[in-house]
Design a protein around this ligand. Structure first.
Ligand SMILES: NC(=O)c1ccc[n+]([C@@H]2O[C@H](COP(=O)([O-])OP(=O)(O)OC[C@H]3O[C@@H](n4cnc5c(N)ncnc54)[C@H](OP(=O)(O)O)[C@@H]3O)[C@@H](O)[C@H]2O)c1
Length: 447
């Protein structure tokens, strides 16, 4: 690690910083001036000083370093914004305004740099208690370096309390119980990866994933198990559930349950209450993905889609309330179709928009019970969801999507599963009521 003294308000200093950087793969524009001051009575000096650090410096650094990243084959830029950029807060006109500009730059850069494989995203923290060193220090430590600042000598501060024993007791119940490790067949899917602390992020946690026999749900079950969780998956047929169980290693429960059957959600919750002492993670993932032109919709098909994608998930959460632990995470799987209009997706998109709006309402309702609710919004992702189209139409659609998605590819179920691990784990303990978009930029960027 190198430490470089540089004043972000000094143009020459910023230029020198960029010139001195030999190789940069990641740029975090975090330096920031935070001003709390009512607009009336303010002079431009404070505005200019804030703008210089919060917008001009990131602009110049990005202009200079994105070129180096592009020449080296790609990179990642993270701009640190604030929730004040999205909400009106008295006294935050300058701070919020400059950060809103930074977010706008983020979207434009993301669109401009996709061809050179430089990804640009913003992180928007809410109020964070930052001591000496602040968020910048935290990020430097998070990137895996030993931090040499005072009071932080080792990485032990990074992941306190991890690595507790796995809880297998809860898998002793009757029914479709699968624990291949307990049967002595150790076949970890990630055996080639170093099993360090970052692979025990869900140790001791119990997770229910609806629609876990294929695609994103199946891969999430795999990741959750690898991270030490005890997992239950649902699907409509026991046959497919058994097939999924054959592909997974670890303490697994399979429960046949139709996600569109509203009274059936109470039965699913009751079954889990019999099997497990608590629930820490619910991922509502099963969905009816029917896409039809308006003339082809029947009332019955419309109601079935809404029951599966909107109504039943609500009642499942309600029926699971007595089982949720005091540190629970609910993940609602939405879709980019909630944000953008496209062919035949009107009903599906409306249901997903409704589902994602639960994240905000339920966060308010459930926060005092220790339940966080967030959305996960996939863009086009290679899964069985497209199989009904048949091989030819599927290939044509994939090609069309490659052209449309700013990153020029479809996502993988594993990429969504990794994002789900973040939302499920205590690493996201300060993340609530938001939607994490893992969509190759298609939900944000206009082309
Ligand atoms: N793939 C994409 O491009 C994409 C894009 C945006 C959003 N999404 C969202 O991502 C989620 C997962 O989709 P995927 O792409 O992984 O699809 P997938 O591979 O087809 O998997 C769907 C899963 O849901 C289950 N399921 C479907 N209807 C169900 C029902 N009524 N009751 C219980 N389980 C049901 C299926 O199990 P059984 O067939 O065994 O019942 C299967 O396990 C969905 O919410 C979808 O809307 C996907």
């Amino acid at each position: 690690m190198r430490f470089v003294a540089a004043d972000a308000s000094d143009l020459a200093g910023v230029r020198q910083l960029a010139a001195d950087a030999e190789a940069v793969d990641i740029l975090v524009s975090n330096a920031s001036v935070m001003t709390f001051s009512p607009t009336i009575g303010q002079d431009l000096a404070s505005y200019d000083a804030t703008f210089a650090v919060n917008v001009r410096a990131p602009f110049l650094l990005t202009a200079l370093l994105a070129e180096k990243m592009a020449a080296a084959g790609g990179g990642s830029i993270v701009n640190v914004s604030t929730t004040a950029a999205g909400f009106g807060m008295p006294g935050m006109a300058v701070h919020g305004g400059t950060k809103a500009a930074l977010e706008s730059l983020t979207r434009t850069w993301a669109a401009e740099f996709t061809e050179s494989n430089v990804r640009v995203n913003a992180a928007a923290p809410g109020p964070v208690r930052t001591g000496e060193g602040g968020r910048g220090e935290g990020m430097a430590r998070g990137f895996g370096h030993r931090w040499h600042g005072p009071g932080h000598r080792t990485q032990a501060h990074l992941h306190p309390g991890r690595g507790g024993p796995r809880d297998r007791r809860s898998c002793q119940g009757p029914g479709q119980l699968h624990d291949r490790r307990d049967r002595g067949r150790r076949r970890w899917p990630h055996r080639n990866l170093r099993r360090d602390r970052t692979m025990d992020r869900l140790a001791g946690k119990h997770a229910l994933i609806t629609g876990g026999t294929s695609g994103i749900g199946l891969e999430t079950a795999r990741e959750f198990l690898a991270e030490g969780a005890t997992v239950a998956i649902t699907g409509r047929s026991q046959e497919k559930l058994d097939e999924a169980a054959r592909q997974l290693d670890g303490p697994l429960l399979t429960i046949a349950s139709d996600a569109g059957d509203v009274p059936g959600q109470a039965a699913l919750a009751a079954r889990l209450r019999e099997e497990w002492p608590k629930l820490d993670i619910l991922m509502s993932n099963a969905a009816d993905v029917t896409h039809l032109p308006i003339e082809a919709w029947t009332e019955e098909a419309f109601d079935r889609l809404l029951a599966t994608n909107l109504k039943a998930p609500f009642f499942l959460i309600r029926d699971l309330l007595p089982l949720f632990s005091q540190q629970s995470s609910v993940i609602l799987v939405g879709s980019v179709s909630a944000y953008i209009g496209h062919e035949n997706a009107t009903v599906y998109g409306a249901a997903k928009a409704g589902l994602l709006s639960y994240t905000r309402g339920l966060t308010h309702e459930l926060k005092d019970r220790g339940i966080r609710v967030n959305g996960l919004s996939p863009g086009p992702t290679i899964t069985n969801a497209f199989a009904p189209l048949g091989p030819e139409r599927q290939a044509a659609l994939y090609e069309e999507l490659r052209q449309t998605v700013p990153l020029h590819r479809l996502g993988t179920a594993t990429e969504l599963a990794k994002a789900a691990v973040y939302l499920a784990s205590d690493e996201s303990a300060y993340t609530a009521g938001t939607v994490l978009r893992v969509d190759g930029g298609i939900g944000q960027l206009a082309y």
